[in-house]
Design a protein around this ligand. Structure first.
Ligand code: GLV
Length: 380
């Protein structure tokens, strides 16, 4: 099958990676209502078709935190992305650079910061969770700084993990070590290409950034358990001062869905926020990110950059989010499906598809630059 859209990459990814990995990526929490809302609310936004506006020159470039990018699309931090292709985060950072967009490395990546920075020729973004062990956090921030990371994404919507039923069914969570291993190995054997290319040649499969604080090599079986044990549920607004004190560059707070929280964030001189419900992976039943976006832009849009993620799977969706007030979007599942399907080449291709779709959507709504995409392109 030739992939010509994110939806195609999703189908290919499902055939390429072991079941538990596909389910971890594709799934949401509880009944997945919010995950579905992210998609359906976005799809239901009607655009205005405008004509005869000379759209021969269209500029999709955007400036974020003093860096210029080819389009307002960043690769979101995704945990264990390095399991979806051999040394996956390394392949993804190369793809992001080729496309001229930012790459974000998750705290819980497979490849450690240093492995990614060795191949990166431009600064990338680093994502941080508040972990109980503050001296470990200090070290992690120092490592990100040493690696020349140009922005810090501080994720605040995961003090505890949401209930991801698919992970319990697939064998990724809630099993004994032995039975989990047997189930995952059995699923891996059904994907021989993956088993050889990633399962064998892509080792070590540890959480590269946190391996130093785990007593033994951390395998995948430790992943969800480690999150449950180590993420700090006592995290509060005061902790942002700790982050500020230990990080010199721009800070992006990710996981804001409520205007009151956005207002609070705006008092802390942060550079940006990401309107996000974690791809529908945390509190099921909350509003879609696109529905939450305008209220948050109204509340703080003149004080900080407002970015958004959740359900974006085409260039059309990017234009919709910008029209609703976002400065840039982050892609999560969309880039990892492509990584799973075809590594770096897949991610480059999906970014190219999204860019082309954006150009068409801008031309047909009569917009030539980012500044021209506003509520005027919405058919309300
Ligand atoms: C972690 O960030 C996850 O959503 O699994």
């Amino acid at each position: 099958m030739k992939a010509v859209s994110v939806a195609d990459y999703r189908i290919i990814a499902k055939k390429r990676v072991p079941h538990f990995l596909f389910e971890y990526l594709d799934g949401g929490s509880f009944a997945e209502t919010t995950k579905e809302r992210n998609n359906s609310d976005l799809e239901s936004i009607a655009l205005r078709q405008r004509v005869l506006r000379d759209v021969s020159e269209i500029d999709t470039r955007v400036e974020l935190f003093g860096h210029s990018y080819e389009m307002p699309v960043a690769l979101a931090p995704v945990g264990i992305a390095g399991m979806y292709a051999r040394r996956g985060e390394v392949q993804a950072v190369r793809a992001a650079e080729a496309a001229g967009v930012p790459f974000s490395l998750s705290t819980v990546s497979v490849c450690p910061i240093e492995e990614v920075s060795r191949v990166a020729s431009k600064p990338f973004w680093f994502q941080l969770y508040m972990i109980r062990d503050r001296s470990f956090m200090r070290d992690l921030l120092a490592r990100a700084s040493e690696a020349n990371c140009s922005a810090l994404i501080f994720t605040v919507d995961l003090p505890v993990p949401g209930s991801r039923y698919r992970d319990y069914r697939s064998g990724l969570a809630g099993e004994s070590r032995l039975s989990g291993n047997i189930r995952r190995i059995a699923q891996s054997l059904l994907r021989p290409h993956w088993a050889w290319d990633v399962g064998i040649l892509g080792r070590p499969h540890q959480l590269g950034n946190i391996a130093p604080v785990l007593n033994r090599d951390s395998g995948l079986e430790d992943f969800l358990a480690w999150i449950g044990k180590s993420f700090d549920p006592s995290v509060s607004w005061q902790d942002l001062e700790f982050v500020r004190d230990n990080w010199d560059g721009p800070i992006i707070i990710k996981g804001i869905l409520d205007p009151d929280d956005a207002r609070q964030a705006a008092t802390l001189q942060l550079d940006a926020l990401v309107v996000s419900n974690h791809g529908g992976r945390q509190l099921d039943g909350v509003s879609s990110s696109v529905k939450a976006l305008p209220g948050i832009v109204d509340a703080v849009g003149d004080q900080m950059d407002v970015l958004v993620d959740g359900g974006i799977s085409s260039g059309l969706d990017v234009v919709r989010m910008l029209a609703m007030g976002a400065k840039s979007v982050l892609l999560g599942r969309s880039w990892v499906y492509a990584l799973a399907a075809n590594g770096q080449v897949g991610v480059e291709h999906v970014l190219e598809l999204i860019h082309k779709e954006m150009l068409v959507a801008m031309a047909l709504t009569g917009c030539r630059s980012m500044a021209e995409i506003d509520t005027g392109v919405l058919n309300s």
